[in-house]
Design a protein around this ligand. Structure first.
Ligand code: AKB
Length: 310
C-alpha cells in the first residue's frame, strides 16, 4: 500500500484531499502535515507539524515514513500574496523546491502540485484560454505559479521525477473556508445568503472567472495522479475547467433559493487582479490525456452548496 503525504493539509483544498486520500488508501497510510494544527474533522488522520521551508525536516519526514505519493499544497494565495510579496515568494518557491528535492532524493513515485489560473496575465487570450499561450502574470502568486510549473517540468526532464499538475480555477466548498484568494467571494457569498444577509462583493458585478466545485477539484487531482505515466503529455501544468460565472450571475442563482438575497458591489484591488485572469478555459488536453470530466456545473454546485450550508 502506498504511503501518502499531504502538505498544507489544513487549507481549503488540503483538508478535503486528505479525507479523500484516507478513503482511498486507508487512514493509516495518509500523513497530513501543516504549520497549523488540524481542525476537528481531520482529527482521525495522522498529523505531523511540518514547515515546508525547513528542507531537512521535509527530507527526513519523507524518508522516515517511506512516502511514495506527495500532494504538495502548502502555499499563499493571490490576495494575501500581494500584502506580503516576499513571504509569498519564499513560501511558494522555496517550499516547492524543498519538496521536489526531497521527493527526488527519496525516490517518491509521484508528486501532485497545484498551479492556478493566476499563472496567466493580461496579454493572455482570456476567453477559452488555450493550454499554450502568452503567460505574463501580474501578481506574485501568479509569478510563483508560472515559475513553479517550470520547476516541475525541470525536475521531470532532468531527474525523471513524476510530477503532475493542474491549473486550478477558483474552488468552491462548504466544509473548509478558503483564505486569501481573489476567488474567495464565491464562497463568502453563500455564507451571507444562507444567513439571510446581503453580500458586499469586492469584485465587479461583471467580473467573470472560472470556478470549480471542490469535489471535482479533489477528483481531478486524484485522477491525474492515478493516470498511467505514458498518458501524461504536459509536465508543466494542465488547464482545467468546470464553469465560469460572474458575481451577478451567482447572485441570480442564489436568488432562486433566497428570493430576498442581494449583492452590493465595492470593488478593491482584487477586482484588478481578477481582470488579468482568464474568463473561460480550454481544458481539452486534460480531457483527452487522462479523461478529465467535471460533474458540477453552476446550477448543481449552487444546489449542493445551499443544501449543505443550510
Ligand atoms: C486565488 O484566488 O488566489 C486562488 C486561485 C485562483 O488560485 N483561488
Amino acid at each position: 500500500m502506498k504511503r501518502v503525504l499531504v502538505t498544507g493539509a489544513c487549507g481549503q483544498l488540503g483538508s478535503e484531499i486528505s479525507l479523500a486520500l484516507a478513503d482511498r488508501y486507508g487512514i493509516e497510510n495518509v500523513l497530513i502535515t501543516d504549520i497549523n494544527p488540524p481542525s476537528e474533522y481531520l482529527g482521525k488522520l495522522k498529523f505531523i507539524a511540518m514547515d515546508v521551508l525547513d528542507d531537512q525536516q521535509v527530507n527526513q519526514i519523507i524518508k522516515e515514513h517511506d512516502v511514495k505519493l506527495v500532494y504538495h499544497l502548502a502555499a499563499m494565495l493571490s490576495a494575501s500574496g500581494e500584502q506580503n510579496p516576499r513571504i509569498a515568494w519564499k513560501l511558494n518557491m522555496d517550499g516547492l523546491i524543498n519538496v521536489l528535492e526531497a521527493c527526488k532524493e527519496n525516490q517518491v513515485d509521484r508528486v501532485f502540485w497545484p498551479s492556478s489560473i493566476a499563472a496567466f496575465g493580461s496579454h493572455t487570450q482570456l476567453v477559452q484560454t488555450p493550454q499554450y499561450t502568452i503567460m505574463d502574470p501580474e501578481t506574485i502568486y501568479g509569478i510563483s505559479k508560472l515559475s513553479g510549473e517550470l520547476w516541475c517540468q525541470y525536475y521531470y526532464d532532468r531527474f525523471d521525477l513524476d510530477v503532475r499538475s493542474v491549473r486550478f480555477p477558483g474552488l468552491i466548498s462548504y466544509k473548509s473556508p478558503p483564505g486569501g484568494g481573489t476567488t474567495d467571494y464565491a464562497v463568502a457569498i453563500f455564507h451571507s445568503a444562507v444567513r439571510g444577509k446581503h453580500y458586499q462583493c469586492f469584485l465587479g458585478e461583471d467580473t467573470r472567472l472560472p470556478m470549480m466545485f471542490m469535489s471535482d477539484a479533489v477528483n481531478a487531482a486524484m485522477a491525474l495522479m492515478s493516470a498511467p505515466k505514458e498518458s501524461i503529455s504536459i509536465r508543466s501544468s494542465y488547464n482545467l475547467a468546470a464553469f465560469s460565472v460572474t458575481p451577478q450571475e451567482l447572485t441570480a442563482a442564489l436568488q432562486n433559493h433566497f428570493p430576498e438575497f442581494s449583492t452590493v458591489y465595492q470593488t478593491d484591488f482584487r477586482d484588478l487582479i481578477a481582470k488579468t485572469w482568464p474568463r473561460t478555459i480550454d481544458d481539452s488536453v486534460a480531457r483527452r490525456d487522462w479523461g478529465w470530466q467535471h460533474e458540477f456545473g453552476l446550477r448543481e454546485m449552487v444546489a449542493e452548496m445551499v443544501h449543505n450550508l443550510t
